[in-house]
Design a protein around this ligand. Structure first.
Ligand SMILES: [Zn+2]
Ligand SMILES: [Zn+2]
Length: 338
């Protein structure tokens, strides 16, 4: 069957591999229909993802259809459109024991620590499948949106809150839509006007272009001088990590979703003075998948704005290279597998 293999930094190749086989009675054979790509895949392609080794088949944002009936799971009828959770947790580590498998110390994500789904067929445990009243394109967006949704759960976002989202790219856009879906007043912050326009379509009531507007002044103005109740950081830069604590309201919550590549210095007395909750957010839980499916079924996400490229699997190596050279030219890229 056809697949795409990352052979090394900058080397993606169309290849042929053996079809997968069902290895235990809880597995279901799936035909892969669409695969979404995100920043993780770009980092893997560039050789800058410390979690992967080469060669690796990417693909963790999946829309598929059930290919074959497993008599133990008659509810998964052939042809049923599904998406799936790409995570596999160990069940033993402290995070797993606290029922937070998303933060498993030994987590294995499809396409990262193990081969992914950018192939014509995969087998997956029945427990990882989710069905929905959605198109294949929408199903393919579920996983990337769960990451943002999870961060709003970590930040305990409610309809009472003003939530500032730093970064309105792929992950940040998911945060914007999740917070808006929960009824919060969302302030989207980015340097790119096109991303801010999409953020407004995803439910942001206010947007700030911090390239030409003063972030602090604008947040003060929008929140009547109180600061946002919750700040969710989805960029991972030194400045935005700091700004989150600087700008959040007294007794507010800060959620970090961006993965900072460098050390960050803080005015730590603000932690105490504001009695701020500082939270990390990683991956997503099954309940986040269900929540995102409800959000997409309610048409609360601008699917057409977000997905900018749809190409057949044969073009995957070429679009990865183009994306590497001009990352800002691309929104969500989807690969049509079959
Ligand atoms: Zn992703
Ligand atoms: Zn674990």
């Amino acid at each position: 069957m056809k697949t795409v293999v990352l052979e090394g930094p900058g080397q993606a190749q169309l290849a042929s591999v053996a079809e997968p086989r069902i290895e235990n009675e809880d597995e279901i054979l799936l035909q892969v229909r669409k695969i979404g790509l995100c920043g993780t895949d770009l980092n893997s392609y560039r050789g800058r993802n410390p979690l992967i080794s080469f060669p690796r088949i990417p693909g963790h944002e999946i829309a598929a259809t059930v290919a074959e009936l497993n008599p133990k799971y008659p509810e998964w009828r052939p042809g049923t459109p599904v998406t799936l959770s790409p995570y596999k947790n160990c069940g033993q580590c402290p995070a797993c024991r606290r029922n937070r498998p998303n933060a498993c110390r030994f987590n294995q994500t499809l396409g990262v620590q193990r081969d992914g789904a950018l192939t014509e067929w995969i087998v997956a445990p029945a427990q990882k499948l989710f069905r929905a009243d959605l198109s294949l394109k929408e199903l393919c967006l579920v996983e990337p949106l769960t990451v943002g949704f999870h961060s709003t759960a970590r930040g305990r976002v409610t309809a009472e809150d003003m939530v500032a989202v730093f970064g309105c790219g792929g992950v940040g856009l998911g945060v914007v839509s999740a917070a808006a879906f929960k009824g919060a007043t969302v302030i989207g912050v980015d340097l790119d006007d096109a991303k801010l326009a999409t953020a407004r379509n995803a439910g942001a009531a206010h947007t700030i272009n911090s390239a030409n507007e003063d972030l602090h002044d604008m947040l003060e103005q929008i929140t009547d001088g109180r600061g946002p109740d919750v700040v969710i950081e989805a960029i991972g830069s030194r400045q935005t990590f700091r700004a989150a604590v600087d700008e959040v309201a007294y007794a507010g919550r800060v959620v970090y979703l961006g993965f900072a590549k460098e050390e960050v210095a803080y005015e730590t007395r603000l932690f105490v003075l504001k009695e701020v909750d500082i939270l990390g957010s990683r991956n997503a839980l099954p309940e986040d998948f269900h929540a995102v499916i409800r959000m997409l079924e309610a048409h609360r996400f601008p699917v057409e704005d977000a997905v900018t490229h749809m190409v057949p699997i044969e073009e995957a190596p070429r679009i990865l290279e183009a994306w590497h050279h001009e990352p800002t030219r691309f929104g969500k890229i989807m690969i049509e597998v079959s």
